[in-house]
Design a protein around this ligand. Sequence first.
Ligand SMILES: *[C@@H]1O[C@H](CO)[C@@H](O)[C@H](O)[C@H]1NC(C)=O
Ligand SMILES: *[C@@H]1O[C@H](CO)[C@@H](O)[C@H](O)[C@H]1NC(C)=O
Ligand SMILES: *[C@@H]1O[C@H](CO)[C@@H](O)[C@H](O)[C@H]1NC(C)=O
Ligand SMILES: *[C@@H]1O[C@H](CO)[C@@H](O)[C@H](O)[C@H]1NC(C)=O
Ligand SMILES: *[C@@H]1O[C@H](CO)[C@@H](O)[C@H](O)[C@H]1NC(C)=O
Ligand SMILES: *[C@@H]1O[C@H](CO)[C@@H](O)[C@H](O)[C@H]1NC(C)=O
Length: 702
Amino acid sequence: MSKKKLIVPSILLSNALIFILLRFSSATEDEHKEFFIVYLGDQPVSNVSAVQAHINVLLSIKRSDLEAKESIVYSYTKIFNAFAAKLSKAEARNLSLLDEVLSVFPNRYHKLHTTKSWDFIGLPSTAKRNLKMERNIVGSLRSLRASRMMDFGPPPRKWRGTCGHYANFSGCNNKLVGARFFKLDGTRDPSDILSPVDVDGHGTHTSSTLAGNLVPDASLFGLARGAARGAVPNARVAMYKVCWISSGCSDMDLLAAFEAAIHDGVDVLSISIGGVGGKYVSDALAIGAFHAMKNGILTVASGGNDGPSSSSVANHAPWLLTVAASGIDREFRSRVELGNGKIVSGVGVNTFEPKQKLYPILSGADAGYSGSDDGARFCADGSLDPSKVRGKLVLCELGGWGADSVVKGIGGKGTILESAQYLDAAQIFMAPATMINATISIGSDIQIPRSKGPCSFYRFLFISGSEIQDQNAFSSPDVAAPGIDILASYTPLRSLTGLKGDTQYSKFSLMSGTSMACPHVAGVAAYIKSFHPNWTAAAIKSAILTTAKPMSSRVNKDAEFAYGAGQVNPDRARNPGLVYDMDEMSYIQFLCHEGYSGSSMAVLVGSKSINCSSLLPGIGYDALNYPTMQLRVKNEQEPTVGVDIAVKPTSLSFSRSGQKRSFEVVVRAKPMPSPQILSGSLVWKSNRHVVRSPVVIFKPLD
Ligand SMILES: *[C@@H]1O[C@H](CO)[C@@H](O)[C@H](O)[C@H]1NC(C)=O
Ligand SMILES: *[C@@H]1O[C@H](CO)[C@@H](O)[C@H](O)[C@H]1NC(C)=O
Ligand SMILES: *[C@@H]1O[C@H](CO)[C@@H](O)[C@H](O)[C@H]1NC(C)=O
Ligand SMILES: *[C@@H]1O[C@H](CO)[C@@H](O)[C@H](O)[C@H]1NC(C)=O
Ligand SMILES: *[C@@H]1O[C@H](CO)[C@@H](O)[C@H](O)[C@H]1NC(C)=O
Ligand SMILES: *[C@@H]1O[C@H](CO)[C@@H](O)[C@H](O)[C@H]1NC(C)=O
């Protein structure tokens, strides 16, 4: 400690010396401070006394009141009792040993999971609605501008949210009833605005998908034209901005937003934000959603875009509803016709007039300055020789974004990008361009006539309703919803691509990803809640899962691990017949079975007194009354395949609503010779309802 004082005037030292001193100081662990969240309990506390109590807790490791006070960045008081503070690892460890401290975990950063779709999944604008109750409130962790006004009337009485005036944001109205932002780390972000305003379009897009008002003639410069609307156009929206352009979305901010949203009185939470992996008890998204669940609020989260590999799904805590992205019956294709008659079909959104002209085409690798080819094959900025490119089409390998702009900037007529990735979502370009599958390899087609005259005919074609994509490239989740090429509102504060030099701005834009799928399902949850205001989060989730439209494992070999229970079906979900309900204790039992210790769950349940060994024994998901079932097969003796599922009893009778019935499912699976997935389902049928639970029996790759 005393040595640290010596380095204070280091402003005068050279870089080399500073480096040495930094290494020296990092050797003593307590010099380096990070943000930690210190959880004390699940009861709300009075704001004023809590702040002093938090200081008192810190006094065990800090020398003075002032030092303790200065290290606290936020006190959580409304839904649970916790604080966020800047601490060294040693201080955090010492705090975690205190009796009154239930859990200490480090603050981590999450990332964002970056109009026709409603009719496609069967919620036409004429759908049955419970208007009085639909005027409920959906919370979306991000930001939104007020759109066209409808006759909403004041927010419901229970609403306690607030809405201030901030930079570039003029306050709320009866549609947007709450807008706040959370940035507790105190860092500056020059690319963002310290305000609830949306500077990147993601929040505006997702929240208008959820609850946007009807906009009759929406399009992106004429593409995807039609009426745009959210799932529940009569619902109010409250926005909680927690993601920042430079830093992403931090645990501390997420927890603060959960606290505010639960306290304010939202009905459904929609979070298109990635998980951070690891344990549920140190991920603010899972923790916040658990507290939301305890307060009767379902959290719908995006499954992430890291698939299609196995175990790539994010946000899979069983109290969350995790959503995968699927396609709708529309693709955006831009075609290139080559001089030899070959037509190459790529994906991409071009807002430019189709070009019906012939241009010579050349490869970026041949268009660099002589001797400096590095980057030219990717058409990187500054790598191409304008005299070679002017008036031509350029074929580039996909590197970073922006090759289309580079080519246009130096006089090129268009860009064809070759991508080695699976192509599903269409990219928006800022200059004429298309993206093709690299295996198509048009290199040989451009070899021959390269030197002489016009040889290719280049134009853009937009094909509507071409193909139903019954699968996705993203993740494995509870349910799937449209997430590819979704048209919804967009921010005026960002160009369509967000790239330097892009001058395209639009009130609507196309975006893709599980981020876009998530608000579709959150909207359906709000729709269900408008008919069944007293249903638990688990009941609403069950209604959505058991009524989903089955998808085909022929299209996606990962089956349920790719699309969950299937495509969300709002109309059937409104009245599912039966629900699989769950309470807090079911989840605790599940966590015990997953190997969590009673004390590690303190951050969820608010006490260390859970005794896992006193809870009923069972295996894995047995504890959960989950609407889907999976069984992992381990045994490897006889190499025969076969599954026998027996259900007892084979019929259930109910005489009044709210009645509970149990049944038993016995699965006898013969050993599986090799890794595989067997999909089936358990279906309860009445003359009015079909309640389907997918059953998956699998042997994973070892
Ligand atoms: C305590 O409440 C006041 C007024 O409601 C508020 O301004 C302040 O930010 C709160 N403090 C904390 C630490 O939450
Ligand atoms: C942590 O506690 C140990 C044992 O009481 C003590 O020696 C150490 O100085 C403490 N460290 C900090 C950073 O408070
Ligand atoms: C945001 O607000 C600031 C200050 O009022 C203003 O200078 C700036 O132009 C605004 N930015 C946009 C994009 O509206
Ligand atoms: C490219 O196209 C071929 C042929 O259609 C297809 O088999 C392959 O999966 C595609 N590759 C990618 C990465 O999309
Ligand atoms: C919801 O629950 C409350 C309190 O338990 C009850 O008064 C109310 O009638 C219920 N509403 C519906 C629609 O069941
Ligand atoms: C937990 O429960 C088991 C079984 O009921 C019991 O034997 C054990 O003493 C309990 N442990 C604690 C710490 O209460």
